[in-house]
Write a protein of this length. Sequence first.
Length: 177
Amino acid sequence: MNNKDLTDRAAKAMRGLLQEKGYVAPVDVLLTMGLLTKEDYEKWRLGQVAFLEKVCGANLSKLSTIMSCLRKFARTNSLKESFTFYGRWGRGPKIKLIFSKSRDSRIELHYATHFVKRDLKKEAPRKLAAGKAAADRKEPAKDGQESAAVDLADEMAFGAPDGLADELPFGQTDRKV
């Protein structure tokens, strides 16, 4: 499989996971793509496999390509990074699991990072308040807060078209007011 096919398959898996779960995790992408079996994943989680890459059905170059594709997908879709601790399942102390043979901290962090949909309903009041506070002080808003406040006020008054709030990144609308 060439890199184009690999990135297409990875992107398809990521879109499906984001739609289904609201987040994308590297391990879930590998499971969805069939590069990691559920049995091997469970063995790794139980501490029976030294590191996750050992049981993946792809070489390190392909895994690196998938991880790069995942980070690009997250940036493109304005997903929020969320570190997740992967500890060994079972009794006893929760021992941190290893993802890569090299144990490189950057690689370990990339595997342990989930990318989560931003909750627009929770972010909206904070951004609206920040924009209004800047307007009250007669200061220019930072990072587009003023325009975000206007967009939010319009959305609150008129309501977002079906699915718009879930589909577009915060502060971006396709309608003119």
